[in-house]
Ligand binder design. Structure first.
Ligand SMILES: C[S@@+](CC[C@H](N)C(=O)[O-])C[C@H]1O[C@@H](n2cnc3c(N)ncnc32)[C@H](O)[C@@H]1O
Length: 250
């Protein structure tokens, strides 16, 4: 299903945010989080790719390629990309000879997607797919944005066939204390400023705060193993500023 066109307001620096993501220390939960996340990505979608490349010094491109390589599926395999955003992963999956299908909650992100892959609007926690119907799944920088992680992991285990693979990429706090200090300054102070200048300050202030949603690594890995990815492992990329969780459906 192709995404229907939407008309998200283009955010401009200094104007009131066109979304409901609260500023300050408050982090929304439950239905309020779903609405805030969806409206925030609708609002920042037109400039999302540009800001992403600038903020990560294009490392995000390298991280996604590594993720597709670690997925390790044969050409021709079907892969769902969950929270596909503007389709970056779908393009890399297609370049690797895989057959992606992207799902995202935000019509604005889908409307700004640059991919020939099939895309659909939908909730990654409630996929319109049969049990064991896909060979693999990817997810980029969205774990923090889901209302809960356990139902997401359970949904992955339901739709990925035995022997299928998952590769989930997200930000992380580097373990090295010096790197961590620099990272916290960059992520906590510089990123909101760049985001505010180029796109939407409230949205890019949410980014560092959203790290608090992520469970401790051990808890995340235990959850993944308990739903059926017995060999799940966590690899740190670029000194630990990003984490890649991979696993095989048992
Ligand atoms: C930071 S963006 C990442 C986009 C893309 N995966 C990438 O690597 O650039 C997070 C995306 O998660 C989507 N999202 C958040 N909650 C979702 C949900 N429950 N189901 C599907 N997509 C969701 C947002 O709409 C947004 O496009």
């Amino acid at each position: 299903m192709a995404p229907a066109p939407t008309t998200p307001d283009s955010p401009t620096s200094g104007s009131a945010p066109a979304h409901s993501m609260p500023e300050g220390d408050t982090l929304p939960t439950g239905d309020e989080k779903v609405e805030a996340v969806q409206s925030m990505f609708d609002a920042i979608a037109p400039r999302y790719d540009m800001v992403n490349r600038i903020m990560t010094f294009r490392l995000d491109v390298r991280w996604r390629k590594r993720t597709v390589a670690d997925l390790g599926l044969a050409p021709g395999s079907s892969v769902i990309d969950l929270a596909c955003g503007t389709g970056d992963f779908c393009r890399d999956l297609e370049a690797g000879g895989l057959h992606p299908l992207g799902f995202d909650l935000s019509w604005g992100m889908l409307d700004n997607a640059r991919t020939t892959a099939q895309l659909a609007q939908g909730d990654a926690l409630r996929l319109p797919l049969r049990d064991a119907s896909v060979d693999g799944a990817t997810c980029g920088f969205a774990l923090r944005n889901f209302v809960e992680l356990e139902p997401f992991f359970a949904e992955l285990a339901r739709v990925v066939r035995p022997g299928g693979r998952i590769a989930l990429l997200d930000v992380a706090e580097p373990p090295n204390p010096i790197l961590k200090a620099g990272y916290n300054v960059y992520f906590g102070k510089v990123v909101p400023k760049i985001g505010g200048l180029l796109s939407d300050k409230a949205a890019y202030s949410y980014l560092p705060r959203s790290l608090a949603y992520l469970p401790e690594p051990d808890a995340m890995m235990a959850s993944l193993r308990s739903v059926g990815f017995d060999d799940a492992e966590r690899n740190l990329l670029s000194g630990g500023i990003t984490q890649l969780l991979i696993g095989t459906r048992s």
